[in-house]
Design a protein around this ligand. Structure first.
Ligand SMILES: Nc1ncnc2c1ncn2[C@@H]1O[C@H](COP(=O)(O)OP(=O)(O)OP(=O)(O)O)[C@@H](O)[C@H]1O
Ligand SMILES: [Mg+2]
Length: 248
Protein backbone atom coordinates (compact mmCIF):
# COMPACT_ATOMS: atom_id res chain seq x y z
CA UNK A 1 0.00 0.00 0.00
CA UNK A 2 1.10 3.55 -0.67
CA UNK A 3 1.05 4.86 2.91
CA UNK A 4 1.99 8.43 1.92
CA UNK A 5 -0.97 8.64 -0.41
CA UNK A 6 -3.29 7.08 2.17
CA UNK A 7 -2.13 9.41 4.92
CA UNK A 8 -2.39 12.44 2.71
CA UNK A 9 -5.94 11.54 1.68
CA UNK A 10 -7.37 10.55 5.04
CA UNK A 11 -5.43 12.35 7.78
CA UNK A 12 -6.03 16.05 7.72
CA UNK A 13 -4.37 17.49 10.76
CA UNK A 14 -6.44 19.64 13.11
CA UNK A 15 -3.84 22.34 13.66
CA UNK A 16 -1.76 19.93 15.67
CA UNK A 17 1.73 18.65 15.20
CA UNK A 18 1.86 14.90 14.97
CA UNK A 19 4.42 13.03 16.97
CA UNK A 20 6.23 9.92 15.85
CA UNK A 21 3.94 7.92 18.15
CA UNK A 22 0.76 9.05 16.39
CA UNK A 23 2.25 8.11 13.03
CA UNK A 24 3.29 4.70 14.30
CA UNK A 25 -0.19 3.95 15.67
CA UNK A 26 -1.85 5.12 12.50
CA UNK A 27 0.39 3.04 10.33
CA UNK A 28 -0.15 -0.05 12.47
CA UNK A 29 -3.92 0.34 12.41
CA UNK A 30 -4.16 0.17 8.62
CA UNK A 31 -3.09 -3.06 7.06
CA UNK A 32 -3.85 -3.50 3.38
CA UNK A 33 -7.34 -4.93 3.94
CA UNK A 34 -8.33 -2.21 6.41
CA UNK A 35 -6.96 0.55 4.18
CA UNK A 36 -9.05 -0.81 1.29
CA UNK A 37 -12.09 -0.76 3.55
CA UNK A 38 -11.39 2.90 4.33
CA UNK A 39 -11.27 3.71 0.61
CA UNK A 40 -14.61 1.93 0.16
CA UNK A 41 -16.19 3.82 3.04
CA UNK A 42 -15.04 7.03 1.36
CA UNK A 43 -16.76 6.10 -1.91
CA UNK A 44 -19.94 5.46 0.09
CA UNK A 45 -19.77 8.87 1.73
CA UNK A 46 -19.31 7.34 5.17
CA UNK A 47 -15.81 8.67 5.69
CA UNK A 48 -14.11 11.80 4.47
CA UNK A 49 -11.14 12.07 6.78
CA UNK A 50 -9.85 11.02 10.17
CA UNK A 51 -8.13 12.92 12.91
CA UNK A 52 -5.95 11.22 15.46
CA UNK A 53 -6.57 8.00 17.27
CA UNK A 54 -8.96 8.16 20.25
CA UNK A 55 -8.10 4.81 21.76
CA UNK A 56 -5.92 1.81 21.07
CA UNK A 57 -7.38 -1.31 22.65
CA UNK A 58 -6.68 -5.01 22.44
CA UNK A 59 -9.34 -5.65 19.84
CA UNK A 60 -9.86 -2.33 18.14
CA UNK A 61 -8.55 1.15 17.50
CA UNK A 62 -11.05 3.99 17.67
CA UNK A 63 -10.56 7.10 15.55
CA UNK A 64 -12.43 10.37 15.42
CA UNK A 65 -13.34 11.43 11.92
CA UNK A 66 -15.87 13.03 9.63
CA UNK A 67 -18.18 11.74 6.95
CA UNK A 68 -18.81 13.45 3.62
CA UNK A 69 -21.71 15.46 5.02
CA UNK A 70 -19.33 16.91 7.58
CA UNK A 71 -20.80 14.96 10.50
CA UNK A 72 -18.36 13.95 13.20
CA UNK A 73 -18.14 10.18 13.67
CA UNK A 74 -16.33 7.55 15.70
CA UNK A 75 -14.66 4.86 13.58
CA UNK A 76 -14.06 1.66 15.49
CA UNK A 77 -11.55 -0.37 13.54
CA UNK A 78 -11.17 -3.98 14.63
CA UNK A 79 -7.74 -5.51 14.32
CA UNK A 80 -7.65 -8.30 11.77
CA UNK A 81 -4.64 -10.00 13.31
CA UNK A 82 -4.18 -9.54 17.02
CA UNK A 83 -7.73 -10.03 18.25
CA UNK A 84 -8.59 -12.66 20.78
CA UNK A 85 -10.54 -14.83 18.37
CA UNK A 86 -11.41 -17.51 20.87
CA UNK A 87 -12.92 -15.11 23.37
CA UNK A 88 -14.97 -13.58 20.55
CA UNK A 89 -16.18 -16.93 19.35
CA UNK A 90 -17.75 -17.69 22.76
CA UNK A 91 -20.12 -14.78 22.31
CA UNK A 92 -20.94 -15.66 18.71
CA UNK A 93 -21.49 -19.40 19.13
CA UNK A 94 -24.67 -19.31 21.20
CA UNK A 95 -26.13 -16.35 19.30
CA UNK A 96 -28.83 -17.60 16.93
CA UNK A 97 -28.53 -14.49 14.80
CA UNK A 98 -25.11 -15.76 13.74
CA UNK A 99 -25.84 -19.45 13.48
CA UNK A 100 -24.09 -19.72 10.14
CA UNK A 101 -21.06 -17.63 11.04
CA UNK A 102 -17.69 -19.09 10.16
CA UNK A 103 -15.25 -19.90 12.98
CA UNK A 104 -12.28 -18.93 10.79
CA UNK A 105 -10.11 -16.32 12.41
CA UNK A 106 -10.58 -13.43 10.02
CA UNK A 107 -14.28 -14.16 9.57
CA UNK A 108 -14.77 -13.97 13.32
CA UNK A 109 -13.59 -10.36 13.34
CA UNK A 110 -15.97 -9.41 10.53
CA UNK A 111 -18.86 -11.16 12.26
CA UNK A 112 -17.96 -9.42 15.49
CA UNK A 113 -18.08 -6.01 13.84
CA UNK A 114 -21.51 -6.78 12.32
CA UNK A 115 -22.63 -8.07 15.68
CA UNK A 116 -21.66 -4.83 17.40
CA UNK A 117 -23.49 -2.88 14.70
CA UNK A 118 -26.65 -4.95 15.18
CA UNK A 119 -26.46 -4.74 18.95
CA UNK A 120 -26.04 -0.97 18.86
CA UNK A 121 -28.99 -0.70 16.46
CA UNK A 122 -31.23 -2.69 18.82
CA UNK A 123 -30.09 -0.62 21.80
CA UNK A 124 -30.53 2.65 19.94
CA UNK A 125 -34.00 1.71 18.71
CA UNK A 126 -34.94 0.67 22.23
CA UNK A 127 -34.20 4.21 23.39
CA UNK A 128 -30.98 3.38 25.21
CA UNK A 129 -28.28 6.02 25.34
CA UNK A 130 -25.67 4.57 23.01
CA UNK A 131 -23.81 6.04 20.05
CA UNK A 132 -26.14 5.82 17.06
CA UNK A 133 -24.63 3.30 14.64
CA UNK A 134 -24.45 4.46 11.03
CA UNK A 135 -22.61 1.89 8.99
CA UNK A 136 -20.53 -1.23 9.16
CA UNK A 137 -18.19 -2.48 6.48
CA UNK A 138 -15.80 -5.40 7.01
CA UNK A 139 -13.91 -4.55 10.21
CA UNK A 140 -14.94 -0.90 10.51
CA UNK A 141 -17.94 0.35 12.47
CA UNK A 142 -19.14 3.94 11.96
CA UNK A 143 -21.12 5.53 14.80
CA UNK A 144 -21.87 8.80 16.55
CA UNK A 145 -18.90 10.37 18.24
CA UNK A 146 -19.65 10.87 21.93
CA UNK A 147 -17.78 13.97 23.06
CA UNK A 148 -16.76 17.23 21.48
CA UNK A 149 -13.11 17.94 20.79
CA UNK A 150 -12.04 14.84 22.67
CA UNK A 151 -14.07 11.76 23.37
CA UNK A 152 -16.17 11.92 26.54
CA UNK A 153 -14.53 10.63 29.73
CA UNK A 154 -15.27 7.19 31.10
CA UNK A 155 -17.74 7.06 33.97
CA UNK A 156 -14.77 5.63 35.88
CA UNK A 157 -12.97 8.97 36.04
CA UNK A 158 -15.94 11.33 35.91
CA UNK A 159 -16.95 13.59 38.78
CA UNK A 160 -20.56 12.76 39.51
CA UNK A 161 -22.65 15.33 41.33
CA UNK A 162 -25.58 12.98 41.71
CA UNK A 163 -24.41 9.35 41.85
CA UNK A 164 -27.88 8.07 42.75
CA UNK A 165 -29.55 9.82 39.80
CA UNK A 166 -26.78 8.61 37.51
CA UNK A 167 -27.19 5.07 38.80
CA UNK A 168 -30.88 5.11 37.91
CA UNK A 169 -30.14 6.43 34.44
CA UNK A 170 -27.79 3.50 33.86
CA UNK A 171 -30.26 1.06 35.42
CA UNK A 172 -33.10 2.27 33.20
CA UNK A 173 -31.00 1.83 30.08
CA UNK A 174 -30.07 -1.68 31.20
CA UNK A 175 -33.75 -2.43 31.71
CA UNK A 176 -34.69 -1.06 28.28
CA UNK A 177 -31.96 -3.14 26.71
CA UNK A 178 -33.22 -6.24 28.50
CA UNK A 179 -36.78 -5.48 27.39
CA UNK A 180 -35.44 -5.34 23.81
CA UNK A 181 -34.03 -8.83 24.35
CA UNK A 182 -30.35 -8.02 24.78
CA UNK A 183 -27.72 -8.19 27.52
CA UNK A 184 -24.60 -6.00 27.27
CA UNK A 185 -22.22 -8.58 28.71
CA UNK A 186 -19.28 -6.29 29.53
CA UNK A 187 -20.88 -3.41 31.33
CA UNK A 188 -18.94 -1.49 33.95
CA UNK A 189 -17.64 2.01 34.58
CA UNK A 190 -15.10 1.27 31.82
CA UNK A 191 -17.72 0.91 29.10
CA UNK A 192 -19.93 3.80 30.15
CA UNK A 193 -19.04 7.29 28.96
CA UNK A 194 -20.06 10.39 30.87
CA UNK A 195 -21.54 12.94 28.51
CA UNK A 196 -24.21 15.63 28.68
CA UNK A 197 -24.93 14.85 32.32
CA UNK A 198 -25.67 11.17 31.84
CA UNK A 199 -24.06 7.79 31.16
CA UNK A 200 -23.78 6.35 27.63
CA UNK A 201 -23.22 2.66 27.01
CA UNK A 202 -20.52 1.75 24.53
CA UNK A 203 -18.63 -1.34 23.38
CA UNK A 204 -21.42 -3.78 22.50
CA UNK A 205 -19.66 -6.38 20.35
CA UNK A 206 -20.08 -9.05 23.00
CA UNK A 207 -23.75 -8.26 23.75
CA UNK A 208 -25.97 -11.33 23.34
CA UNK A 209 -29.70 -11.95 22.98
CA UNK A 210 -31.63 -13.42 25.91
CA UNK A 211 -31.77 -16.70 24.02
CA UNK A 212 -28.01 -17.11 24.46
CA UNK A 213 -27.42 -19.88 27.02
CA UNK A 214 -25.25 -17.62 29.17
CA UNK A 215 -27.30 -14.41 28.85
CA UNK A 216 -28.50 -14.31 32.46
CA UNK A 217 -25.06 -15.12 33.79
CA UNK A 218 -23.69 -12.15 31.79
CA UNK A 219 -26.50 -9.92 33.03
CA UNK A 220 -25.76 -10.90 36.61
CA UNK A 221 -22.12 -9.96 36.11
CA UNK A 222 -23.09 -6.61 34.54
CA UNK A 223 -25.36 -5.90 37.49
CA UNK A 224 -22.63 -6.76 39.99
CA UNK A 225 -20.13 -4.47 38.23
CA UNK A 226 -22.48 -1.53 37.96
CA UNK A 227 -23.85 -1.92 41.49
CA UNK A 228 -20.34 -2.20 42.93
CA UNK A 229 -19.22 0.98 41.19
CA UNK A 230 -22.17 3.01 42.44
CA UNK A 231 -22.17 1.56 45.93
CA UNK A 232 -18.60 2.84 46.31
CA UNK A 233 -20.05 6.28 45.58
CA UNK A 234 -22.55 5.86 48.39
CA UNK A 235 -25.57 4.61 46.46
CA UNK A 236 -27.41 1.91 48.36
CA UNK A 237 -27.50 -0.95 45.91
CA UNK A 238 -26.29 -4.45 45.30
CA UNK A 239 -26.12 -6.53 42.14
CA UNK A 240 -29.08 -8.72 43.08
CA UNK A 241 -31.32 -5.72 43.62
CA UNK A 242 -30.37 -4.26 40.25
CA UNK A 243 -30.86 -7.66 38.59
CA UNK A 244 -34.33 -7.84 40.15
CA UNK A 245 -35.23 -4.38 38.88
CA UNK A 246 -34.08 -5.13 35.35
CA UNK A 247 -35.77 -8.49 35.02
CA UNK A 248 -39.05 -7.57 36.75
N1 LIG B 1 -18.73 6.33 19.89
C1 LIG B 1 -17.66 6.77 20.57
N2 LIG B 1 -17.47 8.09 20.77
C2 LIG B 1 -16.38 8.54 21.44
N3 LIG B 1 -15.43 7.74 21.95
C3 LIG B 1 -15.56 6.42 21.79
C4 LIG B 1 -16.67 5.86 21.09
N4 LIG B 1 -16.54 4.52 21.08
C5 LIG B 1 -15.41 4.26 21.74
N5 LIG B 1 -14.80 5.39 22.17
C6 LIG B 1 -13.54 5.50 22.93
O1 LIG B 1 -12.71 4.41 22.60
C7 LIG B 1 -12.47 3.59 23.75
C8 LIG B 1 -12.48 2.12 23.35
O2 LIG B 1 -13.73 1.79 22.80
P1 LIG B 1 -14.43 0.42 23.13
O3 LIG B 1 -14.59 0.28 24.60
O4 LIG B 1 -15.66 0.36 22.30
O5 LIG B 1 -13.39 -0.62 22.53
P2 LIG B 1 -12.62 -1.84 23.21
O6 LIG B 1 -12.43 -2.84 22.17
O7 LIG B 1 -13.29 -2.24 24.48
O8 LIG B 1 -11.28 -1.23 23.57
P3 LIG B 1 -10.49 -1.58 24.92
O9 LIG B 1 -9.83 -2.90 24.65
O10 LIG B 1 -9.60 -0.39 25.06
O11 LIG B 1 -11.53 -1.66 26.02
C9 LIG B 1 -13.56 3.97 24.74
O12 LIG B 1 -13.16 3.78 26.06
C10 LIG B 1 -13.78 5.43 24.42
O13 LIG B 1 -12.83 6.22 25.06
MG1 LIG C 1 -14.18 -1.03 26.14
Amino acid sequence: MDWEKFEHRFFKEEGREKGADDRKIEKEAFDEFTANTVWKLATKGQLDYLSGVVSTGKEANVFKGWDLKGEVRAYKIYRMETSDFQAMWKYIEGDRRFEHASPKRRQIVLTWCRKEFKNLSIAYNAGCHVPQPHFCLNNILVMDFIGSEYSAPLLKGAELEDPEGTYWMAAKDMKSLYAAGLVHGDLSEFNLLWWKGRPWMIDMGQAVPLTHPRALEFLKRDCDNVAKFFSKLGVETIGDKLFGYITS
